[in-house]
Design a protein. Structure first.
Length: 121
């Protein structure tokens, strides 16, 4: 997934805003999402077991609201996930646990600016 994102808000510590998502986010979860936090951007994938993540990685690049566009790219090669912000990659790609691999969404929608279940606006 690749997008140019311009945050409208700067999040308070510990607060998440969902920038992009595709999946089912009830219990159990499938799909993927990209969160904006006060410290940067977070890429998560799910594997259809409760709320547990298959991959959960972040890039520390605190977003500045309203003044800057960020080029955010999340990649998945079937085993390893990575997130890039303005060309800077997460420290390392994180492999999915072979026993709990990413499960693409069988249902749920694709959303910009919120999670597919309308949460984390």
């Amino acid at each position: 997934m690749e997008a140019w994102l311009k945050p409208a808000v700067e999040n308070a510590a510990g607060t998440l805003t969902c920038a992009l998502s595709s999946g089912r986010f009830g219990d159990p979860r499938t799909g993927w999402l990209i969160y904006q936090s006060d410290t940067g951007w977070n890429f998560r994938t799910y594997y259809n077991s409760g709320l547990a993540t298959a991959v959960n990685i972040a890039v520390e690049a605190p977003p500045v609201a309203g003044t800057w566009w960020y080029h955010v790219v999340a990649t998945w090669n079937g085993t390893v996930g990575k997130i890039y912000v303005d060309g800077a990659a997460s420290e390392e790609g994180l492999p999915s646990d072979p026993e709990n691999p990413y499960v693409p969404p069988a249902s749920g929608s694709f959303r910009f600016g919120a999670r597919a279940d309308n949460a984390f606006l």
